[in-house]
Design a protein around this ligand. Structure first.
Ligand SMILES: Nc1ncnc2c1ncn2[C@@H]1O[C@H](COP(=O)(O)OP(=O)(O)OP(=O)(O)O)[C@@H](O)[C@H]1O
Length: 234
């Protein structure tokens, strides 16, 4: 579904990603793990067309998306929930979901999809007429993920969806991500600081250090490795 091949990318001339290749299939969650500054966000930015691609290619279902604009990439089926500024604070929950569906124009199915999303996230359904800025941290992150789903993506990119959440809210959200990939049969590329939380729901994981993939494998095989060893090989 998503294939990244020998990617070198960064910002302007600055290189952050140094030869990353990975593949993500439909119905899979791939967790990108790694220390601060490893390039995790830059990898997502590269897929979404907001970083500078120096060389390499990115394919979605065999179609090359390298170098395309984010608006085109969304239309092809990739949605992105960034770490910050991922909801419109002064819009209501429902309005945020309508804005999320903006690229679908006047698609009559939008209303029905919003109700389906609310079935997945009853926590925010209760707050549908409340402004996003009045939500709790956990509810706000659920809204951010829900908003990203409104484009009907094939691939969902999530940047630290549990950042700043309590352990309980964090695990609830990650389990929700798993439920989403199962019910909607989509592929999820998730960047997470919390390794245990990510590995609980992910199918596989890649460890990114210094812009390179240090190791990759099934989430199961990483569950028993200490973080220091995972990130720094100690
Ligand atoms: N817009 C930008 N312009 C220039 N440099 C950037 C930009 N965004 C990030 N960088 C740099 O790229 C490098 C990788 O940053 P990135 O945010 O991808 O790392 P990360 O693994 O997501 O880190 P963290 O876990 O701390 O969020 C860092 O050195 C950072 O300073």
């Amino acid at each position: 579904m998503l294939k990244i091949s020998e990617l070198y990318s960064g910002y302007g001339k600055m290189r952050v990603i140094q030869g990353v290749s990975l593949e993500l299939s439909k119905g899979e969650i791939l967790a990108i793990l790694g220390p601060n500054g490893a390039g995790k966000t830059t990898l997502l930015n590269s897929v979404f067309g907001i970083a500078t691609i120096h060389s390499g290619d990115i394919y979605l279902d065999g179609t090359k998306i390298t170098g395309k604009k984010p608006s085109e990439i969304v239309k092809l089926g990739v949605s992105y929930s960034p770490q910050l500024d991922n909801v419109f604070p002064n819009l209501t929950v429902e309005e945020n979901l309508y804005v999320g569906a903006f690229i679908r124009g006047r698609d009559p199915k939008i209303k029905e999809d919003i109700e389906n999303i609310f079935e997945l996230f009853p926590e925010i359904k209760r707050r549908r007429h409340q402004k996003a800025k009045t939500l709790s941290g956990g509810e706000r992150q659920m809204l951010a993920v829900a908003r990203a789903l409104m484009t009907n993506p094939k691939v969902l990119l999530l940047d630290e969806p549990t950042a700043g959440l309590s352990p309980k809210a964090g695990i609830t959200l990650m389990r929700k991500v798993r439920e989403i990939k199962e019910t909607m049969n989509i592929a999820v590329l998730v960047v997470e600081q919390n390794v245990a939380r990510a590995l609980e729901v992910a199918d596989k994981a890649s460890v990114l250090v210094g812009g390179r993939i240090l190791r990759e494998g099934s989430a199961e095989e990483f569950r028993h490795i200490e973080i220091e060893k995972l990130f720094f090989g100690k």
